[in-house]
Design a protein around this ligand. Structure first.
Ligand code: UT7
Length: 353
């Protein structure tokens, strides 16, 4: 007897991209109606002028489904060929149930394997790497990777460390076989020693550690609260300055391309100043376009890279088929990077909606 093994396609690529941006644009001045800060300080330190926050009927669920549907239609891949869905998110409102199966149901793909990846703002890079390896291994032929966040719901509007940074949105890509390889091996890692630099103040792990205590208490007296993100910004900045340049060098070595081959740079949209420094230190030419979606979208955590790619493609700042360097990083502290071939510009874009 021999146990069957499968193998898939050695060459994989992003075949289509889609995104959804909330309709409500929130300026720095509006944030500063309750936050002790200023438009000048926020723009100077982070590069943010506006962010988008959900309003009306918009939810993580509706945004993820819209972005996913657009990515499938833009890819031209028949929907019923999609064999798995990976949802990268940190702000999905429940751990149980996780969001992936719900989004699969919403887009008419009920039944496919669908699961969540929580890897901080680097989550999309983790999802993309897992999707590429899933296609390479033959576990699915086409995989949908969706990043979605409603960070506006999980932050404290008066917290000077977080309230001006985060935004909401969703982005998605379809990964599948291609003639030439368009996704390098993922370069990824984490630093749990510094994990508390980005955290949450409704501490579920602590709650779990004290499970016996809570289990024997009157349910009425159990603590209730919403999860609120906390961040020691300058600590993350210092970690980023040491870790990310090494990660970027390793991405280039691993992917077998040189810095001169990189035509587009799409770093996580955490802080435009971090990104400008990375670009300079890496030695990328001044005329290589770099994503700056943060200026009017804010930091959308695990959704930031697909949103930023989509913005560049839809606005013509980047073109489908160009070689791009991606790098996500954030809570964990985690990072994930890859060299990719950009998918075609989206026919249905979030900039029109
Ligand atoms: O997406 C996940 C990954 N996250 C990141 O990569 C974030 C990385 N970190 C950052 O982007 C930056 O650290 C921030 C933009 C969050 C903060 O910028 P910073 O330049 O590191 O500010 P800081 O915390 O070092 O504070 C500098 C000064 C302090 O005043 P003094 O001591 O110099 O007088 C703060 O009290 O700015 C003050 N400050 C503020 N002022 C106005 C801190 N927060 C604010 C604020 N508005 N919101």
């Amino acid at each position: 007897m021999a146990i069957a093994a499968r193998s898939g396609h050695r060459c994989v690529a992003m075949l289509g991209i889609g995104a959804y941006r909330p309709t409500r644009l929130v300026s720095n001045d509006e944030v500063c109606e309750v936050l002790d800060s200023s438009d000048e300080w926020i723009f100077e330190r982070s590069g943010i002028r506006n962010r988008r926050w959900i309003s009306g009927d918009e939810t993580a669920r509706s945004m993820a489904a819209e972005a996913a549907g657009r990515a499938i239609r833009n890819s031209g891949v028949p929907k019923d060929k999609i064999g798995a869905l990976i949802l990268a998110t940190n702000s999905w409102k429940t751990k149980i149930p996780h969001g992936g199966p719900i989004i699969a149901f919403d887009i008419g793909l009920n039944g496919i394997p669908a699961y969540d990846v929580a890897a901080g703002c680097g989550g999309f890079g983790y999802g993309l790497g897992i999707a590429a390896d899933t296609v390479r291994a033959g576990s699915a032929e086409y995989v949908l990777v969706v990043g979605v966040e409603t960070m506006s719901v999980v932050m404290e509007p008066t917290d000077r460390n977080t309230a001006f940074i985060f935004g909401d949105g969703a982005g998605a890509v379809v990964v599948g076989p291609s003639e030439e390889n368009g996704i390098s091996p993922t370069v990824w890692g984490s630093d749990g020693e510094n994990a508390e630099a980005i955290g949450q103040n409704y501490d579920i792990p602590e709650y779990m550690d004290r499970a016996q205590e809570w289990q024997h208490k009157d349910p009425e007296s159990e603590p209730v609260g919403r999860m609120v993100v906390t961040m020691q910004g300058s600590r993350v900045f210092r970690w980023a300055a040491i870790t990310l340049p090494k990660a970027l060098t390793t991405v280039l070595e691993t992917s077998g391309v040189s810095i001169d081959d990189i035509e587009v740079f799409v770093p996580h949209q955490a802080n435009a100043r971090i990104n400008e420094l990375m670009k300079k230190n890496l030695g990328l030419a001044d005329d290589v376009p770099m994503a700056n979606d943060i200026e009017n979208t804010g930091n959308t955590s695990a959704a930031s890279i697909p949103l930023a790619m989509e913005e560049m493609l839809a606005s013509g700042k980047a073109k489908g088929g160009q070689t791009a360097l991606l790098l996500g990083f954030g809570a964990g502290l985690s990072y994930a990077g890859a060299v990719v071939t950009l998918p075609p510009a989206p026919k249905e874009s979030s900039l029109e909606g």
